[in-house]
Design a protein around this ligand. Sequence first.
Ligand SMILES: *Cc1c(COP(=O)(O)O)cnc(C)c1O
Length: 493
Amino acid sequence: MTDTIASDLPTSVDSAAYAAQASQAYQAALSVIETIEPRIAVATRAELADQRASLKLIASENYASPAVLLTMGTWFSDKYAEGTVGHRFYAGCQNVDTVEALAAEHARELFGAEYAYAQPHSGIDANLVAFWSILAHRVEQPELAELGKKNVNELTEEQWETLRHKFGNQRALGMSLDAGGHLTHGFRPNISGKMFHQRSYGTDPTSQLLDYDQVAAAAREFKPLILIAGYSAYPRRIDFARMREIADEVGATLMVDMAHFAGLVAGKVFTGNEDPVPHAHIVTTTTHKSLRGPRGGLVLATEEYAPSVDRGCPLVLGGPLSHVMAAKAVALAEARTPSFQTYAQAVAENAQTLAEGLKKRGAKLVTDGTDNHLVLIDVSNFGLTGRQAESALLDSGIVTNRNAVPNDPNGAWYTSGVRIGTPALTSRGFGAAEFDTVADLIVNVLKGTSPVTASTGKPGKAKYMIADGLPEATKAASAELLDANPLYPGLEL
Ligand SMILES: *Cc1c(COP(=O)(O)O)cnc(C)c1O
């Protein structure tokens, strides 16, 4: 079993000395930047000011700690280190080895994984590593074994061509985009859709919940090499034990993309069947969403898949971002502390409060609620498109993103939904009272916004009108919440 590391760490929330050190560090860093390109220093300060002054409800965003952020700004950025720990194609990688080994160790301990790979630069890269590792393990290696060859370089042109066609003829089954799946799960605009024959499973038309029988039926019929679970806009937990049963029944590899909810797994909110790590062959994630680390990716795998994942470089990656791996190690150390578990618990509880607050004020929610960190409002009963709702909320200082709802009549661009998440504001210290007020502000803005008819005479999908004074009043009300829960308290910039 994994456990937290023995002692808690100082975090931005509760240590004045830590904040004072961070203030000095950033003031110094910004004056160094100012001497070369002052406009970048100005933009950097402006970004902090903007983030401090807005209600950030984008479900995929968060605020990393000063320790995590500062770790990225070092000379590790300058080092090439292709290869793996202790096995590099470049000389002088002993310190990168320390960093990567620590990041992987924290990841293994935190998630209880047999193996962790800390090199992917982002979530999409983590998924590419996973896809090609699965292809290597399940398609390339059996082919090599059959031909009695050790590696691909020993194949003749003809044998290699045959293998390349096999790579291109595999199947992946993932959650449909409008049910909350992700573009990287086999959809045509993404490389994954060009690599695989893809099919998707959706949600129940009435309950909008994931229908495992439908997944099982699709798997039996389609017989995918890979069953992909995970989402970026589904407001519910998933039973990964059930997904593994389905994968096993059809001989598929179960890959779980926990990019959105890794923080809830790390914080032990998702345990048992809701924790993907004991059930999946391969788990991918981002490190910057609910996990609150630097922008980056991570792959966790069973011993069986570890050797293939370990070849992520040169399979699909070049040199690792060692400065970011260092920041991943710091963030994962933070995530192993008791205070991170408290945080993750609060993220989920706040989402409940937000959902209840929205519903009791008349908002319609996809699946009628949430049990993770995000809520999807179907704004059609306010007479709005997602695009109009997103814009009106932004005018009022509330940052969200529009998102398709299941079977969305307005498509993926205008949409009928707005996705809101609690990880960022929970990092600022927002609790139940604040999130109930947030629900009130959101519904007020939606009720006070109306669509403007387009020049064609049809109801417009983008233009809208917002009641006089409403944006200003909303901003004033959120400023009170924001002032009471400052971002990076004590950080003077
Ligand atoms: C965000 C996300 C990704 C992509 O992460 P990037 O770091 O932006 O590349 C992949 N999968 C899911 C499910 C996501 O939510």
